[in-house]
Design a binder for this molecule. Structure first.
Ligand code: OOG
Ligand code: MG
Length: 270
């Protein structure tokens, strides 16, 4: 794939997000794209956003780390994407859905590092590098029609990332319990999922370990103060105007958010 083609894919993805429009899957248009090239497209897209939106990288997100999510999307492997500062939304706030295409909300655990993680770290090294943990929500909003994509499409699309919401009570990591937190996820007061944090690769710390290894393949590494969303603990739930979501994470506390306005429908394709 030439750099010109990569840049035209980046332009399409950027256009789709800015105009809340969907694209056809790239796999139907571009043959033989490798995982490495898909991450190169992701990086070019992130570079464009940082420049155009005057923002900066704050960390990373993992996607497709739970069996529920892999089955939902028909893929067998996780992916990762970049989190930018301007993707942050206030916890407890009411947010307008106008900028989104077909947003979905996921309960996640967020980790903040105090040390770098380079190469292929052991789980002990991952634990030692974590400063604190927070409950979180991620809004994902694929730029592809009907939220249908291949793993490579999703990687190019920065792993469907859109916004993140963080709980306001940072807690020191208790590594013995981080894979066994009961998580109850509610939409408009009704339970939509009741699960445990171990749904994320058996243990969310394993997803951080996986991320460190994958970044190492590209000569990148995790840095102190990086924020990491370790992947959805349950299925992603479609967000509609008027919805109120909250999730409880046992000893980590609860998080809530509500939404107003906006069509939040799948707009027509380019
Ligand atoms: C890819 C991103 C999924 C997660 O936490 O599993 C994700 C997608 O399903 O659109 O963020
Ligand atoms: Mg997610």
């Amino acid at each position: 794939m030439t750099s010109i083609t990569k840049l035209s894919v980046v332009d399409e993805l950027y256009w789709a997000e800015k105009n809340a429009q969907t694209l056809e899957q790239f796999a139907n248009k571009i043959d033989g794209i490798s995982e490495r090239e898909a991450y190169e497209i992701q990086q070019l897209l992130v570079d464009k956003k940082i420049e155009q939106e005057q923002t900066e990288q704050i960390g990373w997100k993992l996607g497709l780390t739970s069996k529920a999510k892999q089955q939902m999307m028909g893929v067998h492997e996780p992916s990762y994407g970049v989190l930018l500062k301007n993707m942050y939304l206030f916890e407890g706030g009411k947010h307008d859905l106008t900028p989104y295409i077909h947003p979905k909300l996921e309960p996640e655990l967020a980790f903040v590092l105090k040390k770098p993680l380079k190469g292929s770290p052991s789980l002990e090294e991952v634990i030692d590098a974590i400063d604190f943990v927070l409950p979180a929500f991620e809004i994902i909003d694929s730029r592809f029609e009907r939220f249908k994509f291949t793993l490579l499409d999703a990687i190019a699309d920065n792993s469907s990332s859109s916004r993140y919401i963080l709980g306001n009570r940072p807690i020191k990591l208790d590594a013995d319990f981080i894979d066994a937190l009961g998580v109850i996820y509610y939409k408009n007061g009704e339970i939509v999922a009741s699960t445990t944090s171990g749904a994320v690769m058996q243990n969310p710390l394993i997803s951080i370990q996986w991320l460190a290894q994958k970044l190492h393949e590209r000569d990148l590494h995790l840095k102190p103060r990086d924020l990491i969303l370790s992947g959805s603990i349950s299925e992603a739930i479609a967000i509609k105007p008027g919805d109120f979501f909250h999730a409880s994470f046992q000893s980590l506390g609860t998080i809530s958010v509500s939404f107003t306005g906006g069509a939040a429908e799948c707009h027509s394709s380019k």
